[in-house]
Design a binder for this molecule. Sequence first.
Ligand code: GRF
Length: 203
Amino acid sequence: MLQLAVFVSGRGSNLRSIHMAIKERRLTAEIVAVVTNLDSAPARSFAEGEGIPCLSVEGKFPDEQARVMLDFLEAQSADFIALAGYVKLIPAEVVAAFPQRMVNIHPALLPAFGGKGMYGRRVHEAVLASGVQVSGATVHLVDEEYDRGPIVMQRSVIVHSDDTVDSLAERVLDVEHTIYPEALQLFAERRVEVIDNRIFIRN
Ligand code: GRF
């Protein structure tokens, strides 16, 4: 069973979908910690309402952030991190402490439409401006760069010619809510292997 820490900055719909998947026994995990960089994140209120221990690092300097995060994660016995809309770079010390034990979800098909500054509506704006006919969601391992680690799972959606940022974002978000718990379950079942920076899923 994964002892999950979920990092959030905003609305928290992925946190909710992970929470729901656990309740419905589609995901063998427990959310033992939520970390946020924003005191006012709705995701934080949800977590607190569910009795999940929360840490906010708002206003803390980077060095201090790493230290308090690591202390908190250890105190909660977290053994895996899921970034769910966390908009800040994770301190290198935290990445190093969770080798191949930290994933992120991104609302496009990486490696396209990712990297620094590519989050939220900007991703879907860029997708629409490019004229591609498919988009989707990507779950990937996290390293020290934004949106760069090996890809664990992707699922595509069709981009319609009359799509707006909102309609595309909604279609992608539905897919996110499905694949994030599925991808996490692969780790819970210890089926993910990383060889030469590529992911192999065992049957
Ligand atoms: C999602 O679109 C996710 O892909 C991205 O940030 C958004 C978070 O949404 N990394 P929510 O807070 O989970 O609703």
